[in-house]
Ligand binder design. Structure first.
Ligand code: ZN
Ligand code: ZN
Length: 80
């Protein structure tokens, strides 16, 4: 038994996630995402897939990474 650090639920199937050396306890992936998932710096959504990391900045996808880097000035090859 352990208590979720996000919602306080005392749940027998809770689990621990180690992130950046600190151990966090959650009762659900929803709570884990809420607490430790990185946030896309372009659109603000939670990055729950692999995401894209550019120079230490997290983005949810290549599209956001491109826009955030001011790559609009660069020639865009893929207009599909
Ligand atoms: Zn919870
Ligand atoms: Zn995004």
């Amino acid at each position: 038994m352990a208590t979720c650090e996000v919602c306080g639920n005392d749940y027998d199937k809770s689990f621990d996630v180690v992130a950046a050396g600190a151990t966090h306890t959650f009762d659900s992936f929803e709570c884990a995402i809420h607490a430790i998932a990185p946030v896309c710096e372009h659109c603000g959504c939670k990055v729950i897939g692999h995401g894209t990391e550019v120079d230490g900045h997290f983005y949810c996808c290549a599209h956001c990474a491109k826009h955030a880097e001011g790559a609009e000035d660069a020639p865009v090859a893929d207009r599909a």
